[in-house]
Design a protein around this ligand. Structure first.
Ligand code: HEC
Ligand code: HEC
Length: 254
């Protein structure tokens, strides 16, 4: 208890120091020198909001794009510098985004006028520097280091990003991915991912059905029957259909 009180006092002191330091800093957004895409007369508030949108939209920090040391006051940064490649890429993206909104989204008005939904950084990026879908992340790891490493990546990403909008961890996402893998002939990896989904969603009929189908394709007859039976329990209306699958499986084996 004592230590946590001390910690609290310390935190308040630190917070107070930060606030004082911020109050003394000059407004880094007030007089931009090197805007090539944003309007040159942009207000300080608007520029500040735009930059916060870049940082949170991509899950980056100011120093990812700007020359400056992490955790140092903003007025020590050289924001006008174009030295960091990430800033140059962001500028290209800004141009792309303007073209999408001004030329393409806006031309929907020719068909039906109304409030247009603007495309923003976060629309694509969803809090990540490269807007990859979960299947892109897994494919990449699978090709580089195999199924086990890909499963590890899935678990780590799920731990870190579950509940955010960065990746789809919903019930259908892995079964669909597993089916895509199976269609590509990568059955081992497909079964691994389908199995993880049955652990993550123990009440999901579709997860067990997909796992059963993959087990069957692998010739894992008893595992397939077990998964079909679990699927029947979870969705009794599918019983005649699933019993048909089990029958076909045991007939194949005769
Ligand atoms: C994803 C990259 C990215 C991130 C993250 C980012 N910026 Fe920027 N910033 C840019 C780009 C690109 C420009 C130039 C835009 C243009 O040319 O119109 C810019 C311009 C600026 C400028 C104007 C500089 C000048 O003098 O022309 C300031 C100030 C600034 N950013 C501050 C920040 C701060 C503070 C943060 C963190 C909260 C931040 N930026 C995060 C990409 C980024
Ligand atoms: C229409 C979708 C879309 C929008 C909108 C979008 N981006 Fe991107 N962005 C991408 C894609 C896709 C990539 C990855 C391209 C690649 O590396 O192959 C990317 C890559 C980037 C990168 C390079 C990341 C890296 O690690 O190399 C930066 C920086 C970036 N975007 C900034 C922005 C900013 C800032 C905005 C808003 C002004 C924005 N993007 C808007 C789709 C988008």
């Amino acid at each position: 208890m004592k230590t946590s009180n001390q910690l609290l006092v310390l935190l308040i002191l630190v917070a107070a120091t930060v606030v004082t330091a911020e109050a003394q800093q000059k407004d880094v957004f007030a007089d931009p020198k090197n805007l090539k895409v944003l309007p040159k007369d942009i207000g300080s508030k608007e520029l500040s909001e735009t930059m916060k949108g870049f940082a949170t939209g991509l899950g980056l920090r100011c120093e990812s794009c700007h020359v400056g040391e992490p955790n140092t006051p903003l007025d020590t940064f050289d924001f006008a510098s174009d030295d960091k490649p990430m800033k140059q890429k962001a500028r290209l993206m800004l141009r792309m985004q303007n073209a999408i909104n001004d030329q393409h989204v806006a031309s929907l008005n020719e068909i039906e006028s109304g409030e247009r939904v603007p495309v923003r950084c976060v629309t694509c990026h969803r809090g990540r520097p490269k807007p990859k879908l979960i299947e892109d992340e897994l494919d990449e790891q699978l090709a580089r280091s195999g199924a086990e490493a890909a499963v590890d990546v899935y678990k780590k990403l799920r731990e870190q990003f579950y509940g955010s909008h960065s990746y789809d961890f919903s019930e259908m996402s892995l079964p669909m991915y597993a089916q895509a893998l199976a269609a590509r002939g990568e059955l081992d990896a497909a079964v691994e991912f389908a199995t993880i989904n049955t652990a993550n969603f123990p009440g999901s009929y579709y997860s067990f059905f997909v796992l059963a189908e993959l087990n069957a394709a692998m010739g894992q007859t008893s595992a397939a029957i077990e998964s079909y039976e679990r699927a029947v329990e979870l969705n009794p209306r599918a019983k005649p259909f699933l019993e048909g699958r089990i029958k076909a499986l045991t007939a194949d084996n005769d």
